[in-house]
Design a protein around this ligand. Sequence first.
Ligand code: DMJ
Length: 628
Amino acid sequence: MHPPSRQDYISISLAGQGTYNNGKQWRRQSCWRKWKRLSRLQRSLILLFLFMCGIASYPAVTEHLRGLTDGERSTESNSVLRPVFPQVLPEPVTPRPEPSSQKKLSNKRGPPILQNRLQKKGNGTVAVGEQKEEGVVSWRGAVVDADRDTEEAKEEESKDHLLANHQSGSSNQSEASLLEAVKDAFRHAWQGYKDFAWGHDELRPLSKSYSEWFGLGLTLIDALDTMWILGLKEEFEEARTWVATELTFNKNVDVNLFESTIRILGGLLSTYHLTGDTMFLDKAKDIGSRLMPAFNTPSKIPYSDVNIGKGTAHPPRWTSDSTVAEVTSIQLEFRELSRLTQDPQYQDAVAEVMKQVHTLDGKLDGLVPMFINTNNGQFTHQGIFTLGARADSYYEYLLKQWIQGGKKEDQLLQDYAQAIEGVKKNLLQKSSPNGLTFVGELSHGQFSPKMDHLVCFLPGTLALGAHHGLPADHMDLAKQLMETCYQMYTQMETGLSPEIVHFNMHEGSIRDIDVKLADRHNLLRPETVESLFYLYRFTKDHKYRDWGWNILQNFNKYTKVSSGGYTSINNVRDPDYTSPRDKMESFFLGETLKYLYLLFSDDPSLISLDEYVFNTEAHPLPIWPSTA
Ligand code: DMJ
């Protein structure tokens, strides 16, 4: 079914009925004549309208430029925009090459709705969901392919629609049916990847093609342990064969140290542990050793990028800085590689980073800035503190390294505990009117009520800490933040969270959460369902499952592509017009669906949290035995 055609823009027609055969000159004269004919009142109204449009778009655009987030390292990498405040964010990411066989999609930025809605088709203006070129139609935001068998598509749509409209939760369903729903979602996502992107980094489900980042089969590797945990043996075996026979790291390609560590090295190590198959360990050793040149810097703080074929490393073109979260969130994986290979070089390299960061000036009550210089080893762009992009997993890995090492490394624990106190003191506030607890940001002493979806890892990490003996008030805070993260979903018209929200703090506000135009996208991110998994494991409170169930239904309703795969969307605020982005991030299979499955499982021994610690890409690594 096609959505009713909509007029989502205001048209001011200054041209007359005449033809356009005299070119630009004619148009300019005609417009000027028409303008002169308007009354003073009419002209003033038009000018006022244009002025208001300019004012309205300014904050959203500047915020968007300033707020390039972690995920946008990968998703917006084609952009050449520079941030407005270069002292905060030196430059966006390295462009990712698109395969030449693919049609280039527009990578324009700016308010996504306007950008996509006004695409011309013949003489008319159509919504992107109506575009037939790529075989896509949109029905109440549910994405289906035009070339799909109609009956089959209708049946699936109505199933999703029914489910989404019965968001009473998961309580009246058996554990088996909940687990099966996640398996269905995985199979559907996998089918799309298999059909259109096999062996490539990411599926582009609408254009039925793929995108490359490193050219290393990122989605396939990220998904290996998820398939194992979900018991999808056939799919796993096929993927294993590809890894064994096709995957090679002997490639002249620049990879991001952090992303390839958490997704590739982490994915291979965890699959090795789950399966006992040494082929995965051999591959892990190969990529691990190829990443080591990143640490050859004057300060030993690693560069962001490594050429795994040439053995050379370098910072981004525009700076000699690395991101703090990136250099401090590779430790679990490198430490484990050392333990398995009995070769200390990996652990030594990442321990040196932690040692230096521990002693650095420029922290605020244990909170760290977002950048660190690879020449002098000092923090740069100081004075800005966030639990979101570029700092987030620093905090996560303090706690998790401590757990991984058997709770012996006191410095890690102290840094973590101090940072949580720092969060409470400097970043925690309540919204109005409903008093939602949220984590904002601080910029040179100025508080901003901005919270990235990425921050929603924090309830889970706090709960994990409390489970491992940290103060009980960490659990209280975890529960409050969990509620807030869920509200970020449920208060949106699609029931899916945007990338970034702003909380209202002034008395008399009518709603707690605002979303700027440029922040309305959803990238199928895992952080909220990740935290729901921890909260449910530790409390057994069924509301967390219900919440996860509702989120899954909304992913199915608004992001599922019927010809296979799921897509990120641009607009969580309009169920009729979600504006799909045509990209399935590898973490949807690596993390989001895995955490949903674990959330719905009542078996605490399925990846026991007393035996495993998840890396930041949801790959479980063993907690070291006490003799290690
Ligand atoms: C993942 O790659 C990891 O979870 C990372 O720590 C944060 N960003 C994405 C998921 O949102």
